[in-house]
Each structure stands twice: as C-alpha cells, then as structure tokens.
Design a protein around this ligand. Structure first.
Ligand SMILES: *Cc1c(COP(=O)(O)O)cnc(C)c1O
Length: 372
C-alpha cells in the first residue's frame, strides 16, 4: 500500500546525517530537534502552538483532557473512522455519540451532527477521513451556536487546505479549538517509529496541554493536574523536520496519482471514484478509496491480491457495530450510509512513489474484474 523504502532512498543522506547528529549529541528526549520541528510545523501550518507527543491516539486523548471534558459529557464523532477516535472518548469516560457520514466524501454528516445534539453534548470530533477535509465551516457554525468544542482528528490530512465559501483557506487542523495528528510511518507526514502532535491557537489551552503531556507538571516536581507521559523523541523529530520540507511535494505526488487513477476509471459505471476539484488541495489522498457497485468487493480484493496488488478495506465494520462500542442507544436506521460503505469501499495503493506503469497495471486489473 505504501513504498517507504523508495521514499527513504531519496532523502537518505540528509536523514542519516541528522539522526547521526542526534546520536552524537545524546539528547534523545526533549532535545533541540524536537523544539525546532515544533517551530517548523507551527510555521508550515500557520498555527500558534504545536505540542508534540507520542502518537496520534495520545494526541486526541490529551486534547480532550486539555479542554476539560468531564465524564458523562457527550462527544459526537463519525461512525466511519479508525477506532482510535472513539477509543479515547470511551477511555476518558466521556459518552461517544457515533453518527453517520456523507456518502460522497465519507466525512461526518452535518445533518447527523445536528440531530445528535443534546443538552449534554460538549464536543464534536470531525475526522478528515482519507485526507479530505470535513465541512469545517458548517461544523464551526453548529459548534458556536451550541457552545461546543471542536477537535479535528487530522491524522490523515496533514497539509490539506480547507477552503471557505468566500475562497479563503486554512490548513486542516488549524480551524477547530484543537486538533490532533499522527506521525505513524504510513501517514502523509510519517516518522520512523511512533509520533503525534496536538495543534491549537489558544494560548491557555496550549499551556495546559504542555503540562498534561509531562505528568501534569508546570514546575518541576509540582504536579498540578493528572497528566500522562507522552513525548516525541529527538530521532523522530529529526526525521520529521527533514520530511516536512518535502510534504507539499509528497501531497502533490499523491494528488497526481489520484488524478491518474480517476482518469483510468472514468468510463466505469460500477466504480465510483473520489471527487477531485480543480485547483483545490482540500484532499491530500492519505487513501485512494473507491466505491465498487454490483460486484463482490471482497472477491475483488482477493483477485487483486492474487495479482500481487495490495489493497485495503478501510473500514470493514462500522464503529457502532463493534463489540467495544455497541450501545442500545443506536438505531440501525441512523447509519444507512456507513452500513453501505463498509460493503462497497476498497482502497488502492497510494503513496509518493507510484509510477505510471504501476497505476496502469493496478487499474487494468480492477477493470478486468469489474467487467468479468
Ligand atoms: C492513524 C490514526 C489515528 C491514530 O494515530 P496513532 O499514531 O496510530 O496513534 C487516529 N485517528 C485516525 C483517523 C488515524 O488515521
């Protein structure tokens, strides 16, 4: 699905030299590389505060802790996403409220959010799924009206631009009250291990979160709040600092590959391709995900695998149907889109190193199966 080896080969000299510097300095934790990367990412995103942490799941949890969400508070999020999003809500004894998604871009449905709001609702967690920004303008309007926090799960869309109705743009992850991201190796900005970060424009929240990630300490050995231990290490920061300088090119390469896939499938009525708007970088294609109709999706996946083509089903089971998150509050009739998507979606290889020959082979095999 990804080709991290070819990507590494192109930046090997720089990355190796920078890792070697960290080894020589022996500042593995809280070294200057971490601080530098934090500043570089703040500049890139146009956000006041980036707080690095250990992974994207921690980042979500820490953002929710920082906002002071309390047990019993309801948090609305998408039924169709990676489990980490709902997991941390449940871990903090908040009440997850899963809602349906949009059938075109797979992101949280605005109507479903509106329907799910109660007096106990305290936050909305939109996920910019597969790299496509959610409808943030509508979400922020709802949040303002009902006095809710918005935490963007930006694990899949770093570098994407959200475009407002008036044409102005903001980077995904800089619009809500806080955002989380993941630097897992296969993410659009991935390190060579685990890593994550929280973003916010709120000075007080940033201060609070800097303590939470460090055992609740603001002054050494004074623990003012219950915190966690969640750090990005210097070696990962060195890798990320190098890769950040290539992020726009990496995302461009993904968008170009997506365009070529879409062109190859243009005449296939049983293949629904992702929407790509012209001159729009609202989608950075963390995944390239098709909907396939009138065909057994799992057999297509098996056929591709037999032909040496990796593919993935993200996600095969709606979160509301998972044992850990099932709840009698939910009605199947409220999840018609997710229930359908889990049967139709299939993601093709998507990374920065895809070439025309690979795309031609992959698309020819998909088309061969769909039409047989
Ligand atoms: C990857 C991912 C996470 C979790 O990130 P980790 O670094 O693996 O903890 C959370 N949410 C979404 C949507 C993700 O894709």
């Amino acid at each position: 699905m990804v080709d991290l080896q070819s990507q590494y080969a192109k930046i090997q000299n720089t990355v190796d030299a920078r890792i070697s510097e960290v080894l020589k300095s022996a500042t593995f934790i809280n070294g200057p590389e971490v601080h530098n990367f934090q500043k570089e990412l703040e500049n890139y995103l146009g956000v006041k505060h980036v707080i690095p942490c250990a992974n994207g799941t921690d980042a979500l949890q820490i953002a929710m802790m920082g906002l002071g969400l309390q047990p019993g508070d309801e948090v609305i999020t998408a039924d169709f996403t990676f489990a980490a999003t709902v997991e941390v809500i449940a871990l903090l004894h908040l009440t997850p409220v899963l809602v349906d998604v949009d059938p075109i871009d797979f992101n949280i449905s605005i109507d479903a959010i509106k329907k799910a709001i109660t007096p106990k609702t305290k936050a909305i967690v939109p996920v910019h799924l597969f790299g496509k920004t959610a409808n943030m303008e509508a979400i922020m309007e709802i949040a303002a009206e009902h006095n809710l926090f918005v935490i963007e799960d930006n694990a899949q869309a770093i570098g994407a631009n959200y475009t407002y109705k008036d044409g102005s743009k903001k980077k995904a992850g800089t619009i809500g009250h806080a955002a989380s991201t993941s630097f897992f190796p296969s993410k659009n900005l991935g390190c060579y291990g685990d890593g994550g970060a929280i973003f916010t424009n709120d000075d007080d929240l940033a201060h609070k979160i800097r303590g939470i990630v460090n055992h609740g300490m603001y002054v050494r050995y004074h623990h003012d709040v219950v915190g966690v231990n969640s750090r990005l290490d210097s070696i990962q920061a060195a890798v990320l600092s190098t890769k950040l300088t290539h992020l726009d090119l990496y995302n461009k390469a993904r968008q170009e590959a997506a365009k070529k896939y879409n062109a190859a499938f243009a005449n296939e009525k049983n293949i629904i391709t992702p929407v790509i708007c012209d001159n729009c970088d609202c989608h950075v294609f963390h995944q390239y995900t098709l909907k396939v109709l009138n065909v057994d999706r799992d057999q297509l996946a098996a056929f591709l695998n037999e032909n040496g083509i990796p593919c993935g089903v993200y996600y095969p089971i709606p979160l509301h149907s998972q044992k850990a998150y099932a709840d009698e509050r939910y009605n199947e009739s409220d999840f018609t889109v997710t229930n359908q998507l889990v049967k139709e979606v299939i993601s093709l290889p998507m990374h920065t190193e895809l070439d025309d020959e690979q795309i031609a082979f992959i698309t020819s095999k998909v088309i061969e199966f769909i039409n047989r």
